[in-house]
Design a protein around this ligand. Structure first.
Ligand SMILES: *Cc1c(COP(=O)(O)O)cnc(C)c1O
Length: 496
């Protein structure tokens, strides 16, 4: 399936010349009717223009500008084009009903400075979503303010710190398993805690004996992802919560993987004290490209007084509003009330599915991950045989014998028309292939993905260089990803 370079034919994926280079004087994508009112001297009427000289703007026809932007749109991959198996990211389909609802006039054009009496609908959405999420998680109270998962972690740990300080017992350490998402230790460090690493056992779960040995009165909380980043449910979760609570510590759950639990079990029932959700993963509000996101934090009652202000409340007269004065609050963590558009989408998704639909979603997500696991077992190395939940983690051990690493396989997947899976973690699996299909994918797409992965494994045996040089079908091949993120080139310059 090597890429063919069609020199003479048109290939929309190749660089067809930038818009500035196509410019030629006098071309235009617009045409105005002749002036039928008296001409006025705008400078005399409005004063001198503040507008700086825009330099040489391209002059180009309508069809060229349309082709330019349409071509640019095809250089991207999207969930609307195919499967997006990025493990831990839950890149599920965002149902169009969400977009229909969020574009309703009253919601799209609401303003956060609108007085409470004329914002009752928006406030009701915040209240109803809060109630749904506390019910789903089995927690007592929630804040919708945080703008992302990592921001939710920060908010949650600020509350953990406030809790211990209010007990006159400031603690110094946070325990984090070696299978954690990278944001967890970063968050703990930002809040001023010392991070202590907790080893996993051979099944890829928290080593309860190690936890017992490491837990003491200086530990503020354990930050646990469940299911963890191996896609494995922590089977000893009750015991883990008991060990934490016996020494006055709290159990923080990174709930970014709730896609595997919704409608089946509730973290509040298995001992979690504080957790965040990623609405932009579990509840279908779209993400990627840097936002927007939403990372609500749910807490048990003992942490309720520390929630960020303003807190949505029902006032004595029965109307909805905000309470600004909460002396023990960690304070505001986000401008206004959070990413409201994401609340609307998440609530539309929850109500459209209903309890049975949400449970079915969870079951399908787990089924799809296990279908891929079964399909690729033996083809790729499976480092942990513990049952998978919503994602499965293979390693490149078999392919590494031919010098092919997980990154090479991921790049080759692009030639087969798929977005790569996650390669960067979990760190406890060297050369990880972390795959999360989500419930969105039909069996046909899963079969295609499995076929592509099998085919790449065969190529590794027969012609590893093809895989090592991949991707062959894209405009640019392997980029310096760090430089692309740190020093993006956003402006066209003549001769570049
Ligand atoms: C995605 C994710 C996060 C971080 O969420 P963001 O919204 O990207 O900040 C944290 N933990 C886990 C397990 C995740 O998958």
């Amino acid at each position: 399936m090597k890429h063919v370079t069609r020199k003479a034919t048109r290939n929309v994926n190749q660089n067809e010349g930038l818009i500035f280079e196509k410019s030629s004087s006098g071309k235009a994508a617009w045409k105005l009717p002749p002036l039928d009112v008296p001409a006025v001297d705008t400078a005399a009427l409005l004063g001198p223009s503040e507008r700086k000289d825009l330099g040489n703007m391209p002059e180009i026809s309508e069809i060229e500008i349309i082709r330019h932007f349409t071509r640019l749109s095809t250089w991207n991959y999207a969930i609307d084009l195919g499967m997006y198996p990025l493990g831990s990211c839950t890149m599920k389909y965002n149902p169009r009903v969400n977009e229909l609802v969020v574009r309703l006039d009253g919601l799209a054009n609401g303003h956060p400075y609108q007085p409470e009496p004329i914002s009752q609908g928006a406030l009701r959405i915040i209240k109803t979503l809060s109630e749904c999420l506390t019910e789903i998680t089995g927690m007592d109270a929630i804040t919708l303010q945080p703008a992302a998962g990592a921001h939710g972690e920060l908010t949650g740990l600020l509350m953990v710190r406030a809790y211990h300080e209010s007990n006159g017992d400031p603690r110094k350490k946070i325990l984090i398993p070696d299978s954690a998402h990278g944001t967890n230790p970063a968050t703990a460090a930002m809040v001023g805690y010392k991070v202590e690493n907790l080893k996993s056992n051979a099944e890829g779960m928290v080593d309860v004996a190690a936890l017992t040995a490491q837990m003491n009165e200086d530990v503020a909380a354990l930050m646990l992802t469940n299911p963890n980043t191996l896609g494995v449910f922590e089977q000893e979760i009750h015991k883990i919560a008991e060990i934490m609570h016996a020494k006055g510590g709290l159990l923080y759950m990174d709930g970014a993987n709730m896609n595997a639990l919704v409608g089946k079990v509730r973290p509040g029932d298995f001992g979690v004290d504080v957790m965040h959700l990623n609405l932009h993963k579990t509840f279908s509000t779209p993400h990627g490209g840097g936002g927007p996101g939403s990372g609500p934090v749910a807490v048990k009652q003992k942490l309720e007084q520390f929630l960020p202000t303003p807190v949505p409340i029902t006032k004595p007269d029965g109307t909805l509003g905000f309470e600004y004065s909460r002396p023990q609050s960690v304070g505001r963590v986000r401008a206004f009330h959070g990413n409201f558009g994401m609340f609307v989408r998440a609530l539309a998704y929850i109500l459209a599915n209903g309890p049975d639909g949400l449970r079915q979603t969870t079951e399908d997500a787990v089924l799809n991950a296990n279908y891929i696991r079964k399909g690729l077992e033996g083809v790729y190395d499976l480092p942990y045989s513990t049952p998978s939940m919503h994602e499965v983690v293979f390693s490149d051990k078999l392919q590494a014998r031919k010098g092919v690493k997980t990154m090479d396989i991921a790049k080759r997947l692009i030639d087969y028309g798929f977005h790569p899976y996650t390669t960067a973690f979990p760190l406890i699996v060297p050369g990880a292939l972390m795959i999360e299909p989500t419930e969105s994918e039909p069996k046909e797409e899963l079969d295609l993905f499995i076929e592509a992965m099998k085919s790449i494994a065969e190529e590794v045996e027969e012609d590893p260089q093809t895989v090592l040089d991949a991707p062959h079908s894209t405009r640019v091949s392997r980029l310096d990803e760090t430089a692309a993120a740190r020093k993006p080139v956003l402006r066209w310059k003549p001769g570049s």
